[in-house]
Design a protein around this ligand. Structure first.
Ligand SMILES: Cc1cc2nc3c(=O)[nH]c(=O)nc-3n(C[C@H](O)[C@H](O)[C@H](O)COP(=O)(O)OP(=O)(O)OC[C@H]3O[C@@H](n4cnc5c(N)ncnc54)[C@H](O)[C@@H]3O)c2cc1C
Length: 377
């Protein structure tokens, strides 16, 4: 029987699940910083702000924590392969992201569920990742690849990058959120009141909150009454599946095939279903993922599917996130459009925002992440 929904929640303990629905009494709270949005980016940012001792931090989310893109993500933390696709400042943010995930794993009692694993990119043709072979990449001939992934349909070379990572994104959210002083799920921000260039009130489904500062971490830029924010964004659907236990054991992440996860199961997919705005799983896309598995590794031809799901990646036109102050407001920050690397970049984004808010220091390459770079779109 195939479950339609992500595997991540089923991997949690009861207490981790409970954190995702945390509802503290916030009726009398006047937070120093209000973080709006309880995906991985908002939770990481709230955690970093608490760590920086900025005062009272309150996190709200309209639903449960991790209920947006975060809860449906693959959870891969793979900065190094992005050297082939992403520009320099972006890869720096990604590398810093993985470093911070490691710091969090070490610093939190019980960690955040970080799993370190290698990434092996199968090259569809000889020299497939050449000519640019960046640092940290080991080029494997077809014999070495066949040792690591026996049974490939045809010989393939590969690029090996060691010590990348992955998390169950909901476990990471739960572990971080458990350490926040105040969380209210089921509370939607609906409006803002602005006076003298500052947000002085945030209207919510549970009444008005008067924060010292606000961070919007709502996936896509927020659309709230009274907030003059016009940043172009869209969303890109993706499908994923998890197989039932198989006798195939992969040496970590094998791109574009699958990732080895717990209990002998494989995680595959991460499609980019451009233009599909429907919220439902499309069986043809799942069939295409399983056909792709069998085409590369025939032993997977009768693999059974345990979980299948889809979700939407928030995206800006240049595929880079916004990490910035809200234009023309003194006490409001925004991060949005983390597209396909929001899990990876959440802790580095959080660190940048927390430094900006607590010490007044904007990130290096601030223009790269600016909210106003889309003028003219
Ligand atoms: C198929 C797929 C695979 C992916 N794989 C990876 C991967 O391997 N690695 C990786 O790094 N990234 C991956 N991503 C991308 C990643 O999931 C996102 O970039 C990331 O989750 C974005 O996090 P976020 O916190 O910004 O947004 P979200 O998780 O969407 O969180 C935003 C939150 O804000 C809340 N919210 C919105 N408006 C309001 C409001 N008005 N009031 C209160 N709350 C509000 C929402 O309820 C939501 O919980 C993948 C995404 C998809 C779809």
């Amino acid at each position: 029987m195939t479950v339609t929904g992500a595997i991540w929640r089923d991997q949690l303990t009861a207490s981790e699940r409970a954190v995702l629905g945390r509802v503290d009494d916030v009726s009398r709270v006047r937070p120093d910083v209000l973080v709006i949005g309880g995906g991985i980016v908002g939770v990481s940012t709230a955690f970093a702000l608490v760590d920086a001792q900025v005062g009272d931090v309150l996190l709200i989310d309209t639903g449960r924590l991790g209920g947006g893109a975060t809860g449906g993500a693959t959870g891969l933390l793979i900065p190094e392969p992005h050297q082939w696709s992403d520009p320099e400042p972006f890869v720096d943010l990604e590398r810093a992201g993985l470093e911070r995930w490691r710091d969090l794993e070490a610093a939190l009692p019980g960690g955040v569920g970080l799993v370190e694993l290698d990434w092996l990119g199968l090259a569809p043709h000889e020299g497939g990742y050449a000519p640019h072979q960046p640092r940290g990449v080991e080029w494997l001939n077809a014999g070495r690849v066949a040792d690591l992934v026996p049974g490939l349909a045809r010989p393939m070379e590969g690029a090996l990058i060691r010590r990348q990572g992955r998390v169950n994104p909901l476990r990471a959210v739960a572990r971080l959120a458990a350490r926040l002083p105040a969380v209210a799920t089921g509370v939607a921000a609906t409006s803002v009141e602005i006076s003298g260039g500052r947000i002085v009130g945030v209207g919510t489904s549970s009444g008005t909150i008067s924060p010292g500062a606000v961070v919007f971490a709502t996936g896509r830029p927020p659309v709230l009454d009274g907030l003059p924010l016009h940043i172009p964004s869209d969303r890109v659907k993706g499908h994923l599946l998890v197989t039932e236990r198989t006798d195939v054991t992969l040496p970590g992440i094998v791109a574009p095939l699958a990732t080895q996860i717990e209990n002998g199961q494989l995680l595959a997919g991460g499609t980019f279903d451009i233009g599909d705005e429907t919220p439902a799983v499309v069986p043809d896309v799942i069939d295409a993922i399983t056909a792709g598995l069998a085409a590369v590794l025939p032993r997977l031809s009768d693999v059974r599917i345990a979980y299948q799901w889809c979700c939407f990646r928030p995206r800006h036109p240049d595929r880079r996130p916004v990490i910035d102050k809200v234009p023309e407001l003194e006490n409001a920050w925004l991060t949005s459009g983390h597209f396909r690397t929001g899990i990876l970049n959440a802790p580095s984004t959080a660190a940048a925002l927390s430094r900006w808010i607590s010490a007044g220091v904007p990130p290096a390459d601030a223009h790269t992440w600016s909210a106003t770079r889309f003028a003219g779109h």
